[in-house]
Design a binder for this molecule. Sequence first.
Ligand SMILES: Cc1cc2nc3c(=O)[nH]c(=O)nc-3n(C[C@H](O)[C@H](O)[C@H](O)COP(=O)(O)OP(=O)(O)OC[C@H]3O[C@@H](n4cnc5c(N)ncnc54)[C@H](O)[C@@H]3O)c2cc1C
Length: 403
Amino acid sequence: MGVIKFENDSFDIVITGGGVPALAGAVIFSKLGLKVLLVARGFGKSVKKDTARKNISYAISPSNIKLFERCGLKEEFFKISEDVSEMHLFEDDSCLKLSSDLSPHGYLSKIVYHDNLYRLLVGATQSLKTFHSIDGSIDDIGYTANGQCRVRVLTGGKKSIRKIQANLLVVADGASSVSRHILKIPWGIKNYCQKAVLANFSSALQPNIARQWFSGDEVIALLPTSKNSVSMVWSQNQLRAERLMREGKSRLRAELSRILGTSIMAQIEINSEMVSTPLSMMTVDKLVSRRIVLLGDSAHTVHPLAGLGLNIGLFDILTLVNEFEKEMQVDRPFDVGSSAILGSYMRARLLKTRAIQSMIDTIKVGFSTGGYAAKFLRTKGMSILQQSDFFKRYIVKFASSIL
Ligand SMILES: Cc1cc2nc3c(=O)[nH]c(=O)nc-3n(C[C@H](O)[C@H](O)[C@H](O)COP(=O)(O)OP(=O)(O)OC[C@H]3O[C@@H](n4cnc5c(N)ncnc54)[C@H](O)[C@@H]3O)c2cc1C
């Protein structure tokens, strides 16, 4: 990491935010030779303790493996992740089984713990020559007389102020993005009135199978994090989730048995604290502004039932890098924040992201709809799909290319 003179120093890219998309962006942009500054609260103070993310494991889609390849981290990523070779979806007695035999990749997705992925990316930043970082946050965004983006950064517990210039500001500071507020970019939120309860379990279940149960408006996923452990994401009514959090592990076992049944329960044992996080879908009116791009949860959030939130953010970065590379081939001076790059990025991502958000929301509403007829249609539909390799192959292909 280089030593920098901060006051009025200039960078190709300033990234605000310290989550997985921000770090992956920092690595991949630096590898292109761009001078990058990461502004993230708590960055550099060992692996941060983020309680909301503590027990989260992500299902990473095959489409995003390219990102780790481009970061030079594919091998390491494969070592810290677990293959999903089958996915079993349940509602009542119906079960739809998808298998990696139907996928060209040999796996449906790869499961990785947030902390392991975070550590991998932080480790990768250490050897980058054009990467710099500040433990701080941005409190003002404007432009210099020559049109560069200028940000004011608060550091040292908000005691000192630095002014920094960049050709591009990448906003990746999460769903409650301060930068989005400073930029006055309109955003909308659909509150699902649900919370996800997360916990990890030791498991004697058959490994490498992701299992998901739909029960009314609740969704429980058990993701295989290793050969003998699974990670639970249980989306449920906010009040029920809060009660579960208050009453603890014995209540969790009793409630889980209701949906998973005693045979599954006999094979799993909770071995972590429970954490919970509220669920909503957030949309923004625009993904780019002059010399500014929004990505990750600052630009979009989705219900976790499809395991796509982080995947969309990672694909934002892949798209942006592709736009950089296309522009580098053109015979004119390269400007990382040019309107040509940002325009193409927005055309590639805005409608796509909205479409994915609408699709996940429709699945959420579809599975929450009560009544005999709706339930009959769902379970009948699952049985028909289960019998057709053609449709199952289509679903697997669609899921792995949706981003
Ligand atoms: C229960 C649950 C399960 C999920 N499962 C999956 C899954 O299986 N697959 C998947 O793809 N996605 C999944 N997701 C979604 C995924 O967790 C998020 O999409 C992803 O973590 C978003 O990353 P982010 O960096 O954009 O935002 P965040 O993770 O919120 O990170 C924002 C970062 O910015 C920093 N920051 C915030 N404000 C500032 C500031 N002012 N200045 C500097 N830094 C700041 C924060 O400290 C943090 O490090 C799940 C989400 C939930 C809730």
